[in-house]
Design a protein around this ligand. Structure first.
Ligand code: ES4
Ligand code: ZN
Length: 326
């Protein structure tokens, strides 16, 4: 089909990707073995059978277990390089990826070990595959603000490598306002800011991301559609929504892809984009997400093109680099 072919071949930018969520079971077992770490699952097949989630927390429990085998700089390098090689095949030419430093610090893995591995792979892939990148440090919202502040201190020697800050993990019960002070400092340091909001949490959390945190972008944002004033405000501010169709399906944010709100977002004039979130867990990388939209939603050529353009527009590239992509 011509539409599918266009979607697969067009150059794309991915703005919502957790590098720890690209950990494929095969690679997880290989790295566990070389680090002499024992996983709770006996085989790749057994692990994959556990990938059935009823909500975000079900997934996060497995996600934190999976990342626990990452110990050495080389592990972070290999993880990141595998992702970049994979999305190069999907014609992804720019990535803005999250990492969760607190998910590794809590296990005794230094900030330096993590970021040297991830950044090293990003630089090598920029040189060898031509993929440009931004690296976003994300705070875990189920932890307290003091922990986020400690993480920010550890990040300070590496600020040249850090292009922005995010907020992820368990949303309900952990509203953006909990992190008001630490994001104020991040912004004072000149860092762009984004936050997961409205994935499972109510419109009020999206309002807080806007009004309390002052986000430059919104990750997911699905539930913003429940509030007309919120829709109008997001549109007025021209904020980008980093939407994740297969993630939403796997985590039961939507029942079917036909019910997915991404086309409604475009119709409302919102700058929606397509992203894979945690592709190793949710059954697909960038092109799998586009292919699913083509197959299940009746999306048009113009809509596909708008989604791809929105990602470059909403990226944190400087305006000159953006123009070169558009
Ligand atoms: C995440 Cl899908 C999602 N939502 C919130 N936090 C996350 N961390 C990794 N994936
Ligand atoms: Zn996410």
């Amino acid at each position: 089909e011509a539409l599918l072919d266009l979607a697969m071949k067009m150059p794309k930018a991915e703005l919502h990707l957790h590098i720890e969520g690209t950990f494929e079971p095969e690679q997880m077992f290989a790295i566990a073995q070389r680090n002499q770490v024992v996983l709770k699952y006996n085989s790749v097949e057994e692990l994959k059978e556990a990938y059935q989630f009823e909500n975000l927390q079900d997934f996060l429990d497995l996600y934190y277990q999976g990342m626990s085998v990452l110990l050495k700089e080389q592990d972070f390098y290999d993880l990141t390089m595998a992702y970049l090689k994979r999305v190069h095949e999907d014609n992804v030419v720019h990535v803005e990826i999250f990492f969760d430093p607190q998910g590794h610090l809590s296990r005794g893995v230094s900030f330096e070990t993590q970021i040297k591995g991830i950044y090293g792979a990003l630089k090598d892939a920029e040189r060898d595959l031509g993929i440009t990148f931004k690296l976003i440090m994300s705070f875990l919202r189920h932890l307290d603000e003091a922990s986020a502040f400690e993480t920010l201190e550890l990040a300070k020697p590496f600020l040249e490598w850090i292009d922005g800050v995010g907020l992820d993990s368990s949303e309900v019960g952990h509203p953006p306002v909990k992190f008001e002070n630490v994001f104020r400092e991040c912004k004072a340091l000149g860092l762009p800011v984004t936050a997961h909001a409205g994935e499972e949490g109510p419109p009020e959390y999206v309002w807080q991301a806007l009004d309390v945190i002052g986000v430059d972008r919104i990750d997911h944002g699905n539930r913003a559609l429940e509030d007309e004033d919120l829709i109008a405000t997001i549109k007025h501010k021209g904020l980008t929504l980093t939407v994740c169709p297969l993630s939403n399906l796997k985590l039961c944010v939507v029942d079917t892809l036909e019910d997915h709100p991404i086309r409604t977002m475009l119709r409302y004039g919102l700058n929606a984009t397509v992203n894979s979130d945690d592709p190793a867990y949710f059954g697909g990388y960038m092109n799998d997400n586009f292919a699913a939209l083509v197959k299940d939603t009746g999306i048009s050529k113009d809509e596909l093109y708008a989604l791809a353009c929105n990602a470059f527009e909403g990226s944190w590239l400087d305006s000159k680099s953006k123009q070169q992509h558009l």
